[in-house]
Write a protein that binds this ligand. Sequence first.
Ligand code: ATP
Length: 333
Amino acid sequence: MANVKVAVRVRPLTPRESLDGGRLAVQVEDKYIRVRNVKLDGRSDGAVDSREKLLEFGFDYCYWSVDAEDAQYASQEEPHGAERALNPQWKPDEEKLDFNPFLPIHMLPYIPLCSLPHPVFQDLGLSVLAGASEGYNVCLFAYGQTGSGKTYTMMGSQESIGLTPRICEGLFRSVDSFPDGQNSSRVEISFLEIYNERVRDLLRLGEQKKRASLRVREHPEKGPYVQDLSQHVVTDYKQALDLLEEGVANRITAATHNHDASSRSHAIFTIQYTQAILENNLPSEIVSKIHLVDLAGSERADPHYCRDRLTEGSNINKSLVTLGIVISALGKN
Ligand SMILES: Nc1ncnc2c1ncn2[C@@H]1O[C@H](COP(=O)(O)OP(=O)(O)OP(=O)(O)O)[C@@H](O)[C@H]1O
């Protein structure tokens, strides 16, 4: 499991949580998160309750995204990325960037983001790009309770761009960097969701309406795949972003107690990145797949929910438990 890394991100209280009198119970220090049991506040240590007051957990990365004024604030903001997303014609000032277009993507300069120490993309996004450029398949997924900030981190918004669009942007930085006519990479995108254990193509919803669910099959060499899932060749960042936005708009969301726009499905955005190379003067290809996954949030079943919400919730929890079992099995080899 050495090549599996786990990051945790602490978000600010939402307006609803603040109104309900919510308090932050988490602190971040370097690679450790401390969770305070606020129910024990005001009680003398151990005298009344044997539960631990403070629990500490270690991770590969810990991000504190609570207060932008804080010195350790971890942002996904990056002026350069934001400008490009809002204006696809925008080009970086190459002189200012010391931009060498022939560097492998993971070595391309990423401008320090507003002098913030831990921008999420610089750690996680760049390692995805580095893995893909070396020909590895890479998977990055956001896991957590409903409303914990998965979609914000993976997708973000126009004002605060998330990991998925930034990774697409990073890929095209390298694709764009070849002189005209010598572009030796191909980028193909597919986007699906798993809703109530059914697989839906988020980029071909109209044609798919008659069909119940796409089938997951196993290829003897390539492994598991989704039959008839649409693949879209994109040649620039704007096209990739358009597909991402189209898929996100087609995703199923609903209001829950904790979150007004809760994702009710697991969404998998897959980029197939093919690089043409010359090996011993023979042309060959390196193909890598990048899976960027925004999982639905785990949640407590509430008997006051309507039947649809309860069915969704139980399917979401069941699949997250299964994912947990798979990951611990991988951990044990
Ligand atoms: N790092 C952050 N900084 C500021 N706001 C955040 C951050 N993370 C999440 N939020 C806000 O918290 C709310 C919930 O976030 P988000 O929609 O990403 O949760 P989620 O985990 O995807 O939820 P669900 O599983 O229900 O879909 C949103 O209003 C979002 O804008």
